[in-house]
Design a protein around this ligand. Sequence first.
Ligand code: CP
Length: 309
Amino acid sequence: MIKIFDLTDVISIKDFQKKDIQYILKKAENLEKVAKSEEYSDELAGKILGMMFFEPSTRTRLSFETGMKRLGGSCVGFDGSVASSVSKGENLADTSKMFEAYSDALVIRHDLEGVAKFISDIVDVPVINAGDGAGQHPTQTLLDIYTIKRRFDKIKDLNIALVGDLKYGRTVHSLAYALGMFDVQMSFVAPDELKMPKETLHDLEKDNVKFYQTNNLKDVIDDVDVLYVTRIQKERFPDEEEYSKIKGAYLINHHLIKGKDLIVMHPLPRVGEISTDVDNTKYNKYFEQAFYGVPVRMAILKNIIKNKI
Ligand code: CP
């Protein structure tokens, strides 16, 4: 088995090679029973994970915490800077230094792109980017790819459409880079105002990754294996009026996909992009996808913390 992570931090999916992703997928599969509490593990007993969440989160925060606890470790931290001394004016560097003193690895979510990298440069414990503004969300990508692998038993020869807010959505930025390492057909479906950033497209082209762009879901819906739907990121719009014009650009409902051979994924939270009438159908993969955050993040934690010991 290839050894992962000469990487000490998980900041950008661009730092991963294909073999690193494959390694994490394999390790996560082995950890599914521990993730469900069907098997016991105390491999990270005595270890503490620092959770610095400056932005709201349900899935990322709770699946990291669950994963750490299922491995026998524990967590400290805050959810929203109001509950920390940041609210008294303490700067990010000092706050990070405190977390470095109290924990064995840090998980950070922040609304500014580049913050996880900034912190990784000033602390000596491993740092995991749990979403930095409209930048990246690498651990989400690993669980997204894991979900695809679990469903199709492969990550190649698939037709995958990323739909919605491709400009501000950090999950799709990371996912596009990762899928570009595998032999898949990618489509980017977004309103003209929310297309995939030019820098990402340029990087993909440089790596000879083929993709198709459209603003019309109908152009791809009959051919896709995976519809990866995203929320329009209201909080990142400089102007709320612009958001109002674009919200509701795409709605996936049962009528639209009935009879088609595809799965629907979403990093969640959803805010009206997927109708609840999809929930109890074979198309729904988004809740299972959210569960896979536990074994995938356990695999990351195990490797990144143990490498440091
Ligand atoms: N997918 C995701 O990042 O969800 P949360 O914002 O709830 O963590």
